[in-house]
Design a binder for this molecule. Structure first.
Ligand code: AMP
Length: 421
């Protein structure tokens, strides 16, 4: 199937061509035709599947010949990064249409966002908290709203945004069409879909969520105190050009970034305690090649899109299978290939086993000489690892002062709730 068979507006076909998309991805070929017929969508699609264009293209198609000056579409996303990514995708797809969008999220001034409401910017892409802040004022009535998208609804649930979403739905006029996207369908999300969708077309790409094809998975057994040294070793071997490295906590992201820089590997970090300009700068530096490594917590990495990212490293085993999918979905975007490496300590083997079972994956263990622990031997770590970890211990001491003690930096139960982005 080609994009031209989808009967999209010629200006959008030009945009798609310019982006080099040759064929619609499976989610796009399933979602776009019913969306163009005016149907609501309920789509189970993992990140990396091309879901953003799957909801944006039909909306842009329906807006392109309409008079301007009214906000007709609202996209709700769980995090700033995802909201900005959707805006970037929209700008690229709509580049020949003249349609405009604006992102409304916290952490920046409200003034320019207010102007966007007042001007009736065609599409508003928002995180729920900041949107509700604007809803207190008459300028944010969104009375001409026709299209509503909920993207990554399961993540909004995880982050405690469900009440906010209900508030948003109460505030806006009943949309003509709703596009509901979620990687998984936990019960509260299923209930919400029943309440708000009108005979939706259900699109499920696979029975259970699974990481995108094209990703190869590997796990490196290692003791906790050798993890930093192992990461340095992997990065020094020359096989990994650049990598997005995930930690579970903000504090560990800070500490690891310090340690990597200390070892001559230029790195930056993004997490919930970093301001929007700091995050944008870190991401831009990583994309431009200034930093070889971007260390991120799950929440901050949500929605960031980096072309041709070859490697994702789980410095910590993620808390849940969905987190694994979201993390590794940062590599092998669309039709590319990538590698997901997980550093697994004896105490996190169980978690990784749970993820493998849930996703139907067998992740091969790669025992790197000098780093892998002998199961049950309790053998002391080898010399080279001891030397390298001394650096990370120094880094640990030097960053101890910057501990933030925030919720994200504490151990969490398996099902975590996050603060607002
Ligand atoms: P998403 O799942 O929306 O985050 O998209 C993942 C990546 O796939 C983004 O970098 C998109 O630009 C890219 N993409 C989306 N649709 C296509 C397509 N039909 N062909 C090639 N790449 C695509």
């Amino acid at each position: 199937m080609s994009f031209s068979t989808l009967k999209l507006h010629p200006a959008l076909i030009r945009g798609v061509d310019k982006l080099g998309f040759q064929h619609p991805s499976p989610i796009q070929s399933k979602a776009i035709p019913p969306a163009l017929e005016g149907r609501d969508l309920l789509a189970c699609a993992v990140t990396g599947s091309g879901k953003t264009a799957a909801f944006l293209l039909p909306i842009l198609h329906q807006l392109v010949d309409q008079p301007r000056g009214t906000t007709r579409a609202l996209v709700l996303a769980p995090t700033r990064e995802l909201a900005c990514q959707i805006r970037d995708d929209l700008n690229a797809l709509a580049q020949f249409t003249g349609l405009k969008s604006v992102v409304v999220h916290g952490g920046v001034a409200m003034g320019p966002q207010k102007t966007a409401f007042q001007r009736g910017t065609d599409v508003i892409i928002a995180t729920p908290g900041r949107l509700l802040d604007h809803f207190q004022y008459h300028y944010a009535a969104l009375s001409g709203l026709e299209y509503l998208v909920l993207d990554e609804a399961d993540r909004m649930l995880d982050m405690g945004f469900l009440p906010d979403i209900r508030r948003v739905l109460k505030h806006v006029p009943k949309p003509k069409q709703i596009f509901f996207f979620s990687a998984t369908m936990p019960a509260p999300i299923e209930r919400l879909t029943k309440e708000i969708l009108k005979k939706p077309v259900r699109i499920t790409l696979q029975r259970k969520a699974a990481p995108a094809e094209g990703i190869s998975h590997a796990a490196y057994p290692v003791l906790a105190k050798q993890r930093g040294a192992l990461l340095v070793e992997l990065l020094r071997r020359g096989h990994i050009n650049d990598a997005l490295v995930f930690t579970r906590t903000k504090h560990r992201a800070n500490r690891l970034t310090r340690m990597l820089n200390h070892n001559g590997i230029y790195s930056e970090r993004i997490h919930g305690n970093r301001s929007q300009p700091q995050r944008t700068k870190a991401l831009a530096g990583f994309k431009s090649g200034k930093f070889r490594v971007l260390v991120a917590t799950d929440i901050a990495a949500r929605g960031i899109d980096i072309e041709a990212l070859g490697h994702v490293v789980n410095f910590d085993v993620p808390a849940a299978p969905e987190d694994y999918i979201h993390r590794v979905g940062r590599t092998a975007r669309a039709e590319a290939t990538g590698e997901a490496l997980t550093l697994v300590m004896p105490e996190s083997e169980r978690d990784l086993g749970g993820i493998e079972r849930a996703l139907g994956l067998t992740i091969p263990r790669i025992r790197l000489e000098g780093f892998a622990y002998d199961v049950g031997s309790g053998a002391p770590p080898p010399e080279n690892a001891k030397r390298s970890t001394a650096k990370s211990r120094n880094a640990k001491r030097s960053t101890a002062k910057s501990r933030n003690g925030s919720a994200e930096s504490k151990n969490r139960p398996r099902r975590r709730r996050y603060g607002k982005p």
